[in-house]
Design a protein around this ligand. Structure first.
Ligand SMILES: [Zn+2]
Length: 268
């Protein structure tokens, strides 16, 4: 979903930001009355304490530069969306797509994504892109200095082509997101099929794969899907999870109503 102008974009436009390199989260915090302190934190990774129209955002000194940047943007999300409440955000509260849409932590993450990757700067850089792959993801990740998962979610939202981004670990699927043109009936498998390239990445055989054709039945559970192919590319993240890009290339799989019934075998 790409609303015309997000709240974060209103803030950036008000500051005259015209290039991703100008998105200075500490300066933005200052503009909205929040001072940022990098300090030792024990109970959380970042927090915000506000009184009236002034706030102090504290971020752990143990976080790396990019993570601190996202954490500050996340706390600014709480400041904008949940003013009057105090938040102590733990590592799994920040930049975590597993949190549901009504969770204030997810809402703060979405504000952070809007602030760090505003559509008015993000979309023009995708205008030449024909396909979604790791090269595109990594280029956007470097340009906007946001984590690979946050950038992948943004690219799915941008709807360059029918694509699903997903994240897996040893316990199974952690989260996924479809671009708008992928029918809602497509749920990537709960557990990685050994026939996927992502399974090789998860087990450590490879760090990343090429964009490759794979049988759609390795990723989806539906009657009649065995005859279709799709494309898959995977990357191991620094925390050991696997980030997967799934391109839905077959027209029959892109239409809302197709010839696929759900298999009765859901055991996979
Ligand atoms: Zn939070």
């Amino acid at each position: 979903m790409t609303p015309n102008v997000t709240r974060a974009e209103v803030c950036l436009l008000g500051l005259g930001v015209t290039d991703p390199r100008e998105i200075d989260v500490r300066a933005i915090a200052h503009e909205v009355g929040a001072a940022v302190r990098i300090r030792k934190l024990t109970r959380c990774e970042a927090r915000i304490v506000g009184t009236g129209d002034r706030a102090i955002i504290s971020v752990s000194e143990d976080s790396g530069f990019q993570r601190r940047r996202f954490s500050i943007a996340h706390e600014l999300g709480h400041w904008e969306l949940h003013r009057g409440r105090q938040f102590e955000c733990r590592a799994f509260d920040i930049d975590n797509a597993e949190n549901g849409p009504l969770n204030p932590e997810r809402q703060a993450d979405e504000y952070a994504a809007d602030l760090l990757m505003p559509w008015y700067l993000f979309k023009p850089r995708l205008a030449q892109a024909k396909h979604v792959d790791l090269a595109l993801l990594e280029e956007m990740h470097r340009t906007f200095d946001a984590s690979l998962p946050a950038t992948a979610l943004r690219i799915a939202d941008a709807n360059v082509e029918p694509v699903i981004v997903a994240c897996y670990d040893q316990s199974g699927r952690r989260w996924f997101k479809r671009s708008k043109d992928v029918p809602e009936r497509w749920f990537p498998v709960d557990k990685l099929d050994p026939d996927t390239y992502a399974a090789d990445v998860l087990t450590g055989k490879r760090d990343r794969t090429h964009m490759s054709a794979v049988g759609a039945n390795a990723w989806f559970d539906a009657e009649g899907i065995g005859e279709y192919e799709m494309r898959e590319q995977s990357l191991r993240l620094s925390d050991g999870k696997v980030l997967v890009i799934l391109r839905i290339t077959e027209e029959a799989m892109q239409v809302d109503y197709g010839r696929f019934g759900h298999s009765t075998d859901r055991s996979r």
